[in-house]
Design a protein around this ligand. Structure first.
Ligand SMILES: [Zn+2]
Length: 164
């Protein structure tokens, strides 16, 4: 059954669709967040709480995601220690991105209405980005060569893994 509004426009997921999306046993992120490589990104590093991944679409150089290891739909499901570790890992990833890619600013986005497994997008804004534009994580796409991607990954891993 299509969940359409009066004017035919798309409305929010039906209960069935949302139940399917939030089902851990069918979750795409649970399936591939830990892999060295997947369709969307490559693994920078993992902690007990999260996986940090460099996104293949590098329209914003340094664009990465930090993904909670366990399946949670919303931050409200985390206890204070988990929540603190999650944001601490986001900060760590942001620090590594700042060192390697020198953005003017990193936008931190927690959305999850299409992929309801808790993750934070780290979207760097660079000197050639218009600061008045709305954020669009699908900018581009702009894909690096395999060699360039490995180069960025190595640099990011070195910073991410460096002692503080
Ligand atoms: Zn999941």
């Amino acid at each position: 059954m299509k969940n359409a509004g009066m004017d035919g426009s798309r409305m929010w997921w039906s209960d069935e669709e949302w139940a399917r999306l939030t089902d851990a046993t069918a979750c795409g992120m649970c399936a591939d967040a830990h892999l060295e490589e997947n369709e969307h990104s490559v693994l920078v590093g993992s902690t007990v709480t999260t996986h940090t991944r460099l996104v293949r679409n590098q329209a914003h150089p340094g664009y990465s995601v930090v993904i909670l290891r366990e399946h949670a739909t919303d931050m409200g499901e985390l206890d204070s220690e988990q929540l603190s570790r999650f944001w601490s890992d986001v900060q760590r990833a942001g620090g590594a991105i700042t060192t390697v890619f020198a953005p003017r600013k990193i936008d931190y986005l927690v959305m999850g209405h299409r992929m309801p497994h808790l993750h934070c997008h780290l979207l760097p804004q660079h000197p050639n980005d218009d600061p008045l534009r709305n954020v669009d994580i699908s900018d581009g796409p702009s894909f690096l060569t395999a060699q360039e991607l490995q180069q960025d990954l190595r640099a990011l891993r070195a910073e991410w893994g460096a002692p503080e």
